[in-house]
Design a protein around this ligand. Structure first.
Ligand code: TXA
Ligand code: MG
Length: 314
């Protein structure tokens, strides 16, 4: 579906319009000091799902949640002394912290790809900061490029890939850092370098006073393969026309179930519901049967994630 992509200037009027579009669940690209991000309200599942449609991403990776300051970050993640030290040293700036997700966080489970952790970042770019302050909520934002293409560091790059596919882009000149943020995992045990980026590992180690462990970056880009990734307790059976007696059924379209991803067969709605519905069915216990999901548009990402959930476990 094509739309007229608004070019917004980094003035108060432009920023207010961008915030209004985010509130309405639309996608807005904006500059950060690293790369341009493709932002959506991280609490609105369908808005987050639309990021994947616009980028043509074939699978659901966890997205970074951008916040205005530490106090907003603390609404979504459990804080620790290490998190406090790194935030004090490098926020605002090109550092993302992966922290344990708080209960009742209000984020769409699609943002975290169903994980029990969340990646948070306070960007430094004045336009990003102004937008986050005007919007007043969490903004999920991967780089604003079609999947598989290089990350955008100017609004022209953004438009060359996404014009007509997003509501707006806020103009902010060239991104000064030009590579994505460094991602540090602070889940259990010593800090892990999950992705190298705008802050050097030496600078991080100097603040922590100890060496970083090195994560397997390939595992992070395929979160379905991460050991910590959410997989249902019970077996998952795909392409099921109906549930067997012991199964709970996840329906789609006119194949009904205990829960339905989208009664109208809308793949954006289905993506927004995917992880939340899987969690709820899993909480009921026992195996889960899933109705067929068409292999088109977001259906590819949904099927990718379901195939991982259904794969044999160790
Ligand atoms: O500089 C940046 O970080 C840019 C700008 C726009 O802020 N954003 C960015 O976002 O690069 P994105 O969505 O492309 O990066 C997402 C990556 C995932 O692929 C994963 O590596 C990591 O962040 N990530 C996010 N949440 C995570 C989590 N809960 N656990 C592990 N890794 C996570
Ligand atoms: Mg990217």
């Amino acid at each position: 579906m094509t739309q007229q992509t608004e070019r917004l200037s980094a003035t108060e009027t432009g920023i207010d319009r961008a915030a209004e579009l985010l509130e309405a669940g639309a996608l807005v690209a904006f500059p950060t000091e690293t790369v341009y991000g493709l932002g959506a309200d991280a609490r609105q599942g369908e808005a987050v799902a639309a990021i994947y449609t616009a980028k043509g991403r074939p699978s659901f990776n966890p997205l970074i949640v951008h916040v205005a300051d530490v106090s907003m970050a603390q609404k979504y993640a459990e804080w620790s002394p290490e998190a406090a030290a790194l935030a004090a040293a490098f926020w605002p700036g090109p550092l993302t912290l992966v922290l344990p997700l708080c209960a009742d966080n209000g984020l769409s489970p699609l943002v975290t790809a169903g994980l029990s952790s969340v990646g948070l970042r306070v960007p430094e770019h004045t336009v990003a900061r102004a937008l986050l302050t005007a919007f007043g909520g969490p903004v999920a934002a991967p780089s604003a490029n079609p999947s598989g293409r290089i990350s955008p560091t100017t609004s022209e790059h953004v438009l060359s890939g996404l014009d007509g596919r997003i509501a707006a882009v806020v103009e902010g000149g060239a991104c000064p850092v030009g590579v994505e943020s460094t991602i540090i995992g602070l889940m259990d045990g010593p800090a892990v370098l999950l992705r190298s980026g705008g802050v050097s590992s030496e600078a991080i180690e100097a603040v922590l006073g100890q060496p970083l462990r090195h994560g397997d970056e390939s595992k992070i880009t395929a979160p379905g393969q991460m050991a910590s990734h959410y997989a249902p307790q019970g077996n998952v059976r795909l392409n099921a026309a109906q549930a067997r007696p012991d199964e709970h059924m996840l329906g789609f379209g006119n194949i009904s179930g205990d829960l339905n991803l989208s009664e109208s067969g809308d793949l954006t709605e289905a993506a927004a519901n995917l992880f939340g519905h899987l969690h709820r069915l899993d909480a009921l216990g026992g195996p889960i049967a899933v109705a067929p999901i068409p292999m088109e548009g977001l259906g590819r990402a949904i099927n990718d994630r379901l195939a991982r959930a259904a794969a044999p476990r160790d």
